[in-house]
Design a protein around this ligand. Structure first.
Ligand code: MN
Length: 486
């Protein structure tokens, strides 16, 4: 992600003379360099804009630079905002207005009008903000001293989301099945997702994958088995079943790469003709390497998983499914039939082989482990409301299993809902949140809110501030807003 660039554009004008402009450029460089050291992406001071033509030239450069994922703007001095109109109209990338200042404290003993004219962000940022607001740009405003940790945290979330948006435009999902019969929530408008999120979702018959599986050599399987041996504990004597999964993994990875760089994979336990196991270990290991995965045809979760994995640097992020509650202690146990990412493992995963009650195939090899604890994590769902896409973000706390579950042969997670069990579950259900989610112990509510805002889709957050009555109202208002917008 550090290869991605955010350009820092400073607003000013020629009114104050060359000396002031030299200071403006010098300060901007210094500030951008400092901020760069604190961001997950590269922040580079681009230029100080003093006229409409200069803004247009800078924005053209921003748009054309493939590595550039967005801009940070700030007005050191007053910068008459009519000069920003044409350039901002052309901007094709996310923008963050950093309402900051070169100095933190006022120099009370020495301050004079020269200082006031050179350092007037409070003045300039308002003029700039007016035109951005009038242009109805959905930008982000971060306020604070440029070395302030809180402000930098907010800015980092924005940078991460801007990188996520750029990455999202490259996401392609390879689906080996349609959605599971009769299931509603995993459905969605793929064309709308392509338009709004940049996701290309393609179907291939599972037979196409079988051809790849048949071509995997024993030598390739040996090599992957050696990798498994390093990362996992072999806790089965049924090595043939494990080798079968290794074949699936090699074939799927090759298929995705050769067919045009798919970053998400979708399968379905009911559509496995030519495979004798449900891919379990194979999908788990592929998720650990950054692939997004959606089960039962759920392409939305596969694509969202790929984007979130990228934003989380392939750590603590993957498919999850709300499964069963401990109502007494207000907990949810999440897992899936097999395909839980080892990125969630608190203990070294064991490779085990057990029968699977659903699907009618041979006993599949899978990774079994207890999930991690994390005080702050997010569970994210994406649903199609018919007239729009809704992103639902819930703050959760991942907790240690209160007791061993020796008969549960899958990887899993346990969590507590925010703001509390009762309202957290109710809010999720009112919002139409799915059973399939992408959980991340690395990404925050702020990261996901920034991402949703940049996509320009409806984003609802359930966290410690959620009041269930206000939340229901918000959903009603959203319906009205989105109906009037589109
Ligand atoms: Mn499922």
């Amino acid at each position: 992600m550090k290869e991605k660039v955010v350009y820092w554009l400073t607003g000013s004008q020629t009114l104050y003379g060359d000396d002031v402009l030299a200071h403006v450029a010098q300060h901007s460089q210094e500030m951008a360099d400092y901020v760069n050291g604190k961001m997950p992406v590269t922040v580079k001071y681009l230029t100080t804009c003093k006229s409409s033509d200069e803004v247009i030239a800078a924005i053209k450069q921003v748009n054309a630079d493939e590595n550039c994922i967005g801009i940070i703007t700030w007005c050191h001095t007053f910068s008459p905002a009519k000069m920003w109109i044409k350039g901002l109209h052309m901007l094709q990338k996310p923008m963050c207005h950093f309402a900051t200042q070169y100095n933190e404290k006022l120099p009370y003993d020495t301050i004079d009008m020269d200082f006031m004219n050179e350092n007037q962000a409070a003045h300039g940022d308002r003029e700039f903000g007016y035109i951005v607001s009038r242009l109805r740009m959905d930008n982000k405003v971060v306020v604070g001293y440029y070395k302030d940790e809180e402000a930098l945290k907010e800015l980092a979330a924005w940078c991460k989301a801007a990188a996520g948006i750029a990455f999202s435009k490259t996401v392609k999902v390879c689906r080996f099945s349609d959605n599971m019969r009769d299931v509603a929530v995993t459905e969605g408008d793929k064309v709308e997702a392509h338009i709004n999120l940049g996701w290309q979702v393609d179907y291939y018959p599972i037979g196409d994958l079988v051809q790849y599986i048949e071509k995997v050599t024993e030598g390739e399987v040996d090599a992957l088995m050696a990798e498994y041996d390093k990362k996992y504990t072999m806790a089965t004597k049924n090595i043939a079943a494990v080798r079968e999964q290794a074949k699936y993994e090699i074939a799927m990875d090759r298929f995705c790469k050769e067919k045009g760089g798919y970053l998400g994979i979708v399968d379905h336990f009911g559509a496995l003709h030519g495979l004798n196991q449900l891919p379990g270990l194979a999908i788990q290991d592929l998720q650990s390497k950054g692939y997004g995965f959606g089960a039962e045809g759920d392409w939305k979760i596969a694509a969202l998983g790929a984007v979130m994995q990228y934003m989380a640097d392939q750590k603590g992020t993957g498919l999850m499914e709300d499964y069963t509650y401990d109502l007494k202690d207000g907990l949810c146990l999440g897992a899936h039939m097999l395909e839980v990412s080892p990125q969630f493992a608190a203990t070294k995963p064991e490779i085990q082989v057990h029968p699977l009650g659903i699907g009618g195939k041979s006993d599949p090899a899978r990774l079994v482990f207890e999930g991690i604890a994390a005080p702050e994590a997010v569970a994210v769902s994406m649903v199609d409301m018919g007239d729009r896409i809704r992103l639902i973000v819930q703050k959760i706390e991942l907790v240690k299993y209160p007791k061993k579950m020796p008969n549960l042969p899958v990887g899993g997670l346990m969590w507590k809902y925010q703001p509390n069990f009762k309202d957290g579950v109710a809010a999720w259900i009112y919002a139409g949140g799915a059973h399939h989610t992408v959980v991340s112990s690395v990404l925050t509510v702020e990261d996901m809110r920034s991402l949703g805002d940049m996509w320009g889709i409806e984003t609802v957050v359930i966290d410690e501030h959620t009041d269930i009555h206000e939340f229901k109202k918000q959903l009603t208002y959203s319906d009205i807003i989105y109906k009037s917008r589109f």
